[in-house]
Design a protein around this ligand. Structure first.
Ligand code: SF4
Ligand code: SF4
Length: 236
């Protein structure tokens, strides 16, 4: 059983899935969809195509995923750990969850199947799906980082659309090398929440209980941003 960071999100669908869904999009529709997502205050969208092997491993029969990314508020992240902070983080999560249902409805209205993958579903790892996008990396601090920022939250929609712009190669693998020479997140964790294999001990980490964000706040990727860290890394 996973530790719960958030409260469940109720269903907000207002439109049913189409009876005879379409499976391909035009470039124009994709541009409109991406703009619709940005207009909902998400910072970007990534796409995962789940391989047959992946689907077998997780016992699922769907494969086309939209990953809707939002920036977690820096103002909240910088608050001292408290119940109030975790409440605000959850409210932000609920707000973007609600918007994800609106995006699914937008797809349904346009004759595509669209269902939110529930973030609290214990049967599937959203991180594992995210890594299939070739558009993110798991940092040494155990965060799933996309280029838009370390402080990203995301929601996912599975859809009937087969021709999404899936990435074939991951350009972020260099981060593993960078992290191997850094280690600030582990050295400065106030709870010593990393085990000998550098895995986060969920029961020790206080992120979910009190909203500790220290490993995010101290990370160069948060302080300077992905592009600046990459530029400096490339110079070396
Ligand atoms: S603090 Fe350093 S080691 Fe930890 S995730 Fe950030 S870059 Fe990687
Ligand atoms: S959130 Fe805080 S307690 Fe948890 S691993 Fe990061 S620094 Fe440690």
């Amino acid at each position: 059983m996973r530790i719960r960071y958030h409260h469940p999100i109720p269903d907000f669908y207002e439109v049913d899935n189409p009876i005879d869904p379409l499976d391909s999009v035009s470039d124009d529709f994709l541009n409109n969809l991406e703009q619709f997502i940005l207009d909902k205050s998400f910072v970007g969208v990534s796409y995962s195509k789940l391989s047959l092997e992946f689907r077998k491993r997780w016992g699922i029969d769907w494969d086309n995923i939209l990953i809707l990314k939002y920036l977690m508020s820096e103002e909240i992240l910088k608050m001292k750990p408290s119940k109030e902070k975790t409440k605000l983080e959850d409210e932000e999560f609920q707000e973007f969850g609600h918007k994800t249902f609106e995006i699914a409805d937008f797809l349904r209205k346009n004759n595509f199947n669209a269902d939110l993958i529930h973030p609290l579903d214990d049967t599937i790892s959203l991180r594992a799906i995210a890594m299939q996008s070739n558009d993110c990396i798991i940092t040494r601090s155990n965060m799933c980082m996309f280029k838009e920022g370390l402080n990203l939250g995301f929601f996912m929609i599975k859809t009937s659309i087969e021709n999404l712009p899936f990435k074939k190669e991951n350009e972020m693998l260099w981060v593993e090398d960078f992290c191997s020479t850094c280690g600030v997140c582990i050295d400065r964790c106030p709870e010593n929440a990393f085990d000998e294999n550098e895995k986060v001990k969920r029961k020790v980490c206080t992120a979910h209980k009190e909203g500790c964000s220290k490993c995010v706040l101290l990370c160069p990727f948060f302080k300077r941003g992905y592009d600046k860290v990459k530029k400096r890394y490339d110079k070396k």
